[in-house]
Design a protein around this ligand. Sequence first.
Ligand code: KG4
Ligand code: ZN
Length: 356
Amino acid sequence: MLCLGVETSCDDTSLALVRDGELAGAVCASQVRVHALFGGVVPEVASREHGRLLGPLADLLFQEAGVRPGEVNVVAVARGPGLLGSLLVGVSFAKAFAFSNGARFIGVNHLHAHLMAAGLEQPLSFPAVGLLASGGHTHLYAVNGPAEFTLLGRTLDDAAGEAFDKAGKMLGLPYPAGSMMDQLAEEGTADARLFPRPYLGNDNLDFSFSGLKTAMATRLADRPHTALRWNPATGEAGLPGNRQAVADICASFRLAVVETLAEKTRRALRRRPEAVSLILAGGVAANGLLRRSLARLAEEEGRRFFCPQPKLCTDNGAMIAWLGWLLAARGYSHSLAMEAIPRGRAVPDDMRHVEG
Ligand code: KG4
Ligand code: ZN
């Protein structure tokens, strides 16, 4: 069975093919340079870019993979949550492709696709606890399989990636700042007292990261010359004189976010003794310290640890094709009436299921 995956939920236009459970091709066009000029994703620009890029990317994918469009049996698309205009471009493309090629159609939950992505590299074991940390979401789940997710906790305000992006912006780093903050943090020395570990004094599994913005603003007010200057023309960040000060503050900030994520994840694991594994996923899962910390946590708690390689952590079409393939293999599909779901609305459980 050959499944085409389409991902357009935010600012990456990405397509991939999964054949018989193996990745058979992938293409991705990141719009990050376009949006960096505005300091964040501009929804209207993102939708137009998806519309411009999808056709040529599909041609490239089929050419590189040596596959004819008519060979595709299933078309999977990220149906949400995400930017509605962007999702609509991908969903319309996927519906048209499925209809014209007589393929089965299936809309997948973008967040579930992140959590299943590591399965492309090695078989996952269930039941699991999953931490999904991205630019738009920070969710803890109990995961029993590709179609069985129970939400255990979520951020009440900013997502972990958003916290990195906003803090990085205050430091003068280009959008999205998470990856550069992580690289700078590797050069710095963390001060564990500089930032709080927010929202741990409760017995729920939710998060709240918005207070870290204020903390960063306060720390920077005490250190007026800490911000880096970024040159958009060369893509270079930093002034030799204060690079170390910025690296230190990045290391302290990263430590606060990671320790907070790890503590709530530890509590989730303890509440779910039946979980045999811990899955870490989403763009923030590319973070070096978070990967190391959660790998250690899983070992301490006696669970297996799964986290995809960094390329599969950020948004990509392969994870959509993979989850689409898994669901289709279990008999699931959607009619062409399926709707895209914007961020903030729950993705409905409205798949059709055919036995056998
Ligand atoms: O999953 P993703 O590609 O898109 C969403 O669905 O949101 O996640 C993007 C987020 C951004 O906030 C970005 O700054 C963050 O992931 N990110 C990182 C790292 N790489 C990407 N955050 C911390 N450390 C990283 N290495
Ligand atoms: Zn994502």
